[in-house]
Ligand binder design. Structure first.
Ligand SMILES: Nc1ncnc2c1ncn2[C@@H]1O[C@H](COP(=O)(O)OP(=O)(O)OP(=O)(O)O)[C@@H](O)[C@H]1O
Length: 362
């Protein structure tokens, strides 16, 4: 049974100018797991990290570490470390001295510093770079040194604020693999911040989706992708077609003048809903065989699939991923199964959504 290492209970943060950056944030981080705070710019991700790190005071609520409240414990006494977006390395020190810095400050013994710096550099595969100057390293190597510097103190929790955002696309992908592997090898809890949904889906055990100072949904990448709680989450996580409809009865939804069997239940008869269908779940067929007919507008070749943009008669936009090209202006049929549709209730909270899901899955 894993243990809770960090917990936020009903945390609010109001800045001096009166702006409320965090509204009633509660979550638990278990030991050894990889968590991601995901949301658009300005939603409060960094403010959460700073509240845990001790760089900002919360206005109300509790921050707990290992079961004890740490609201009044200064940042340098907290058993965690932060990796910043700009790495914050010391340019006038070499790699060894950068990584050793935290240990030197804590008056560690010389041979212990040697061993621990060596171990940390080995972890990030840069042990042969100890005497290099920071300016002689690539962006990816500097990133790894920043991580080595953070793990040398063997923190129980590592906070990472958009640590990959300065890297180019290819290196960023490589570093995603490396970071995930490093986290698994170290067994440290990672709390990672990003506004990149692909990065969050690829790396995390659990994602907290945020918007405007609130956590809208918590869950595994698969849960969040397959069962988004509302329009914002469905739209923010991956691409989706979101069509207004109504729930006729349990497992029966209607939209665009047709009724379809679906996999959702627990709503009022005729309740207005939104139907989410992911572009990769739509299959193109002839207009006669299709459950819906749409007219192709444009298409883009994306390497391993075509991204096809089409419109239905009501003017709704449909995004379709297909391995076959289509023809501009062609009328095509679309098919999809009951499990390819996810039904969202307007204004449903995460707690109510989970309760509804449990009630009909039992
Ligand atoms: N010192 C401050 N005083 C007033 N408002 C602040 C202060 N620091 C941050 N904010 C505001 O709080 C909100 C949340 O900021 P935060 O940096 O946590 O967002 P974020 O999700 O990390 O954004 P980004 O992805 O752009 O880094 C923003 O609207 C920001 O303008």
């Amino acid at each position: 049974m894993s243990k809770t290492i960090v917990e936020l209970k009903n945390v609010y943060k109001k800045y001096d100018d009166g702006f409320t950056a965090l509204k009633n944030i509660s979550f638990k981080l278990q030991e050894g797991e990889f968590y991601t705070l995901l949301g658009p710019s300005g939603c409060g991700k960094t403010t959460i990290l700073q509240s845990i790190a001790g760089f900002t005071e919360v206005t109300s609520g509790q921050v707990l570490f290992d079961g004890k409240e740490i609201n009044d414990i200064p940042a340098n006494k907290r058993q965690l470390n932060t990796v910043f977006q700009d790495y914050a390395l010391f340019p006038n020190m070499n790699v060894f001295d950068n990584v050793a810095f935290g240990l030197v400050v804590h008056n560690a013994k010389k041979d212990e510093i040697q061993t621990r710096v060596h171990d940390a550099l080995k972890m990030v595969q840069l042990e042969q770079y100890a005497t290099r100057e920071i300016s002689e390293l690539s962006g990816g190597q500097q990133q790894r040194i920043a991580i080595a510097r953070a793990i040398v103190n063997r923190p129980k929790v590592l906070l990472l604020d958009e640590p990959l955002s300065a890297l180019d696309a290819k290196l960023r992908k490589d570093m995603q693999y490396e970071l995930r592997e490093l986290q698994q090898n170290l067994g440290i809890t990672f709390l990672f911040v990003t506004h990149d949904q692909e990065e969050a889906l690829a790396m995390s055990d659990e994602i907290f989706v945020m918007n405007k100072g609130e956590i809208l949904q918590k869950g595994s990448p698969v849960d969040i992708y397959d069962e988004p709680i509302n329009h914002f989450v469905a739209d923010f996580i991956g691409e989706s077609n979101i069509i207004p409809g109504k729930m006729v009865a349990d497992y029966q939804v209607a939209f665009l003048g047709h009724q379809f069997e679906c996999a959702d239940a627990g709503m009022r008869p005729n309740e207005p809903v939104e139907v989410v269908i992911r572009p990769e779940d739509l299959v193109i067929t002839t207009p006669e065989k299709g459950k819906l007919q749409v007219k192709v507008d444009t298409q883009l070749f994306r390497g391993d699939y075509y991204e096809i943009l089409a419109y239905d008669e009501a003017g709704n936009e449909w995004l379709i991923h297909s391995t076959n090209a289509s023809t501009d202006d062609a009328i095509i049929g679309l098919t999809f199964g009951p499990d390819d549709m996810h039904i969202m209730r307007y204004n449903e909270t995460e707690a109510k959504f989970n309760h509804r899901l449990e009630s009909y899955e039992e």
